[in-house]
Design a protein around this ligand. Structure first.
Ligand code: NAD
Length: 248
């Protein structure tokens, strides 16, 4: 499959987990990929290396997206590499924190919204000038926005905000031919959801899914690659559940 040949793609939080798998999938489909990372420079180097070894094109960019100006800085760096045309923006970087409302601090709440909502919002704003008809934005939502799973109210609220942004930005950017969607993974075995490594966590996860295995980052990356492709040209304003039939 090489349907993204000639396209440029930025994937935030691509040094590991779902972002890494997405970067590999988009590169395999022919896109030139920009691997954004926060502090894991070595891991980002390894992703770039993997892609180049397979004959693909990749560069890395390190920026903390938790600061108010992080998205602006990242957009600036992106423009120096790709010039004035970005075809695919995958806003994947995110943090989570399991805590009840009683336990959640103002600092945790603000940090969750800074990384999961403020950063993708202003990244889109800062990169809009590089996006044109056919460009596409893919946000990362979560099962948690749709169903009360875990002790995740503040995190879930950030993902609910993403689902709302998808609709509003799809409506406003559609006139420019830009599609905006999100994927909503269920539980995926990554550093974020490492409770799946323990038996209790696995059983809890399998108990709420129709499909009885634990999702891997690749399971999400394929759906992102689909949304990024021309096969999804008539899909916009949607949050695609990619969760093995969780909480049906
Ligand atoms: P992960 O922890 O493995 O990866 C998160 C990525 O975000 C990392 O690359 C990290 O460096 C980056 N990041 C975090 N804080 C950052 C900051 N301040 N600045 C820049 N980058 C930062 O987790 P993952 O599971 O791969 O998560 C990817 C996305 O998928 C997140 O948006 C997450 O909310 C979402 N998601 C994950 C699951 C799951 O079960 N793993 C389920 C639903 C949604």
């Amino acid at each position: 499959m090489s349907n993204l040949t000639g396209k440029t793609a930025l994937i935030t939080g691509a040094s590991r987990g779902i972002g890494r798998a997405t970067a590999l999938a988009l590169a395999k489909s022919g896109a030139q990929v920009l691997i954004h990372y926060s502090s894991a420079r070595n891991e980002a180097d390894a992703v770039v290396e993997d892609i180049r070894k397979a004959g693909g094109r990749a560069e890395k960019l390190g920026v903390d997206l938790g600061t108010p100006t992080g998205p602006h800085e990242l957009a600036k760096q992106v423009r120096t590499i790709i010039g004035d045309r970005l075809d695919i923006l995958v806003a994947n970087a995110g943090i989570s924190k399991a805590a009840s409302i009683e336990e959640t601090t103002i600092e945790d709440f603000d940090q969750l919204f800074a990384v999961n909502v403020r950063a993708p919002y202003f990244l889109v704003q800062q990169l809009l000038a590089t996006m044109c008809s056919g460009s596409t934005i893919i946000f990362t939502s979560s099962l948690a926005a749709r169903a009360a799973v875990g002790n995740l109210s503040a995190y879930a609220a950030t993902k609910g905000a993403i689902d709302t942004l998808v609709k509003h930005l799809a409506a406003s950017l559609g006139t420019r031919g830009i599609r905006v969607n999100a994927v909503a993974p269920g539980v995926v075995e990554t550093d974020m959801s490492n409770f799946t490594k323990a038996e209790e966590g696995r059983n809890l996860t399998l108990g709420m899914q129709a499909l009885k295995r634990i999702a891997q980052p690749d399971d999400i990356a394929g759906a992102v690659a689909f949304l990024a492709s021309d096969e999804a040209r008539w899909i916009t304003g949607d949050t695609l559940r990619v969760d093995g039939g969780s909480k049906l």
